[in-house]
Design a protein around this ligand. Structure first.
Ligand code: KDG
Length: 335
């Protein structure tokens, strides 16, 4: 008889402990949008995050993804989060500087030398500092994912020196720093939402665009571009943003599960992004793009040419933000 009482009490205690956690989780289906296509590494990150959510919420929480700007471009989707009419978006930082100008620090040309630096900055104190700013704008950044190092494609000629940009009609993200960077090189820069780029290249409305190899591949830009110049002129992070008005209605258990699974998704997304980058570069050569690597000397000349952009945009970004970034980078580089 004692054994029955003991096992009953144990079961009751277990339920009492687990109960609040399960009760804290409701059936949730969060919409997440992005401008790239599902075969981009963002798709792998979302899949990994969904598996984690299913496991941690006993199948009660899941993401439904919308691709190719189906719910609007980066800025439109992010505004929907702020108004509480959409739950999540995976967006580059660049188009969101209209909401949080400090994000413009990531657009400064040649800021990061490699992905390791980017990870250390984004996953460290600087990333937390930026996340606090984003929350003031109604956005919860669950994790920093990877868009990647950006390279130029065009339909006119190889770009081997900054002077080769002269007169080239280059699409840039909707961001004054990118606009200034390419105008400063002599290009005719046109700000444009990502979802419009393929058609603009196809019709000849623009000559060029710039994105990581993986995006050039998965968005089929190789079908309408002949030349790929490896410039690595900027590293763009992705933010996995959640609507703060909706976030504030979730239980702490649900919020913790979302944060944990966003990190699981991040690690998969970054890993696939870096594995696929080399494969995409090889594929772009196989399908006939003429690829040139900027020499270290020419990259240094391009970097030097771009320096005035830092001074011109210090006020809009915030000199304190730039100083914080530079000292964080200096610390990483001295390790
Ligand atoms: O949603 C992400 C994409 O739409 C976009 O940010 C990709 O780097 C990009 C670009 O050039 O707009």
């Amino acid at each position: 008889m004692n054994k029955v009482i003991f096992s009953t009490m144990t079961a009751a205690l277990a339920l009492a402990v687990a109960g609040p956690a399960i009760a804290d989780i409701q059936d949730r289906n969060f919409r997440v949008s992005n401008g790239v296509n599902e075969d981009h590494p963002v798709g792998d990150g979302i899949e990994a995050m969904n598996e984690c959510l299913a496991e941690q919420s006993d199948g009660q929480m899941e993401l439904t993804a919308f691709w190719g700007s189906a719910l609007g471009d980066d800025l439109e989707a992010t505004q929907a989060l702020r108004s509480g009419t959409q739950e999540m978006v995976v967006t580059s930082t660049s188009p969101i500087v209209a909401i949080e100008p400090a994000l413009g620090v990531f657009d400064l040309p040649f800021l990061f030398a490699n992905a390791e630096e980017a990870d250390a900055i984004l996953d460290g104190e600087f990333g937390d500092f930026m996340n606090e700013k984003l929350e003031e704008s109604g956005l919860v950044n669950l994790a920093w994912w990877e868009n990647g190092f950006r390279n130029l494609t065009n339909s006119q000629r190889p770009v081997e020196r900054w002077e080769d940009f002269e007169g080239m009609r280059v699409r840039v993200m909707q961001n004054n720093i990118f606009l200034d960077t390419f105008e400063n090189m002599g290009a005719n820069a046109t700000p444009m939402a990502f979802g419009e780029v393929f058609t603009a290249l196809e019709t000849g409305a623009i000559d060029a665009q710039e994105n990581p190899f993986v995006t050039i591949d998965t968005s089929q830009f190789y079908e309408v571009q002949d030349y790929l110049s490896v410039t690595r002129h900027a590293y763009t992070p992705f933010m996995l943003l959640f609507s703060k008005p909706i976030w504030d209605t979730l239980s702490s258990t649900e919020q913790e599960i979302l944060r944990d699974c966003a990190i699981v998704g991040r690690d998969v997304q970054r890993s696939v992004s870096r594995e696929l980058s080399d494969e995409s570069r090889a594929k772009l050569e196989e399908v006939g793009m003429e690829i040139n690597e900027l020499s270290a000397e020419e990259q240094a000349r391009m970097r030097e040419r771009a320096q005035p952009v830092y001074e011109r945009h210090a006020d809009s970004i915030g000199q304190d933000v730039i100083d914080r970034m530079m000292s964080a980078l200096e610390e990483i580089r001295s390790e």
